[in-house]
Design a protein around this ligand. Sequence first.
Ligand SMILES: Nc1ncnc2c1ncn2[C@@H]1O[C@H](COP(=O)(O)OP(=O)(O)OP(=O)(O)O)[C@@H](O)[C@H]1O
Length: 377
Amino acid sequence: MVSAENSTLQTGSPVIATGVSQRFGSNTVLKTIDLRVAPGEVVALLGPSGCGKTTLLRLLAGLSRPTTGSIHIGDQLVADARGGAFVPPERRSIGMVFQDYALWPHMTVAQNVGFPLEMQGIGRAERDSRIAEALGLVGLGHLADRQPGTLSGGQQQRVALARAIVSRPRLVLFDEPLSNLDRELRESLVVDIASLLRKLGMTAVYVTHDHGEAFAIADRVAILHSGNILQIDAPEQLVGNPSSPIVVDFLKLGLVLPAEVSNGDLVIRGGMHRLSPPAGLVNGSRTGDLFLPRSALVASGTGGGVASGNAISGTVVHSMFRGDGYAVQMRFDHDIALEMFSTTRLGEGTIHDLDISWDRAFWYPHEDVQTHPTHNS
Ligand SMILES: Nc1ncnc2c1ncn2[C@@H]1O[C@H](COP(=O)(O)OP(=O)(O)OP(=O)(O)O)[C@@H](O)[C@H]1O
């Protein structure tokens, strides 16, 4: 894409959602969400299907009204369930990019991009210069006179992006914008969108169910689950310090083993493994979830059965060649599965012992003894 050095586009606004919930009939699909997005920050909303990502985005866009709570964009109160304030989408100064591009087929690329400016009553000369600037930023200046139907999917999404930023919005909202594109295109476009947003200092909220996309684009990622934000952090922090087994499980970060504490040992549910954690990891709790990140598990050779103490045994379900090695699916007690990387093909059905680096382990207590996970590093 073309450099934004001479761009006249401005930095985005902060967004503050306080106590926002959304109920449809008796179904509460968003439960008292608090979300703060700093000016120029990109936040991704990541979570499984039905967790409420699009519902939250629609509330920010003004496409629906919250059941409780309030939303500010910049200094403007755009929704307030209690006081009844509500600003419709066209008066929120936002740009939106949807999964299906939502371009007008009978208009040229330039007319599509210029449409928000026309709605604002901006004169022809300024409109033309801003259209050229926005198309230049997404690398499509040469296609201004084409009709969207004659462009590839990736090009159409770039047009939609140019249209979303052309009016210098305070906030840009993305709803699964790359889902219709193939993997290679997704990977290159996500990098382009991220660098454009950063260069322009735009505030953005980006909905996706793809971890890689969220990690590539966002300053912070919010993990949504059943209408709650479970954790919101920088990608490195999410991976290095997940707040709960649900986050671990959703991000597929490693093994989560439900366990009982017995005389300082951990008996993994099912009784097959008895592990010896270092003093202090389980901190007086009686039951909990042991989280062993992939980096805490090192294959120590073929096992004869069930390892104990400082190792855990798993059975290889399959090994798949991935170019630079093998993606190995292993199964542990209770049908708990984990995908690991191996430089050699491990035979299906063979049992392997994995040594545990306890300094990388986490313990999530079930009881109220402790509300935060413990970690021994
Ligand atoms: N207008 C509506 N009326 C009733 N229920 C709704 C409405 N809109 C959304 N829901 C429900 O709210 C829940 C959350 O939906 P939402 O679209 O926000 O999920 P999502 O996380 O974006 O999922 P996906 O990734 O599949 O798009 C779902 O159970 C959905 O069926």
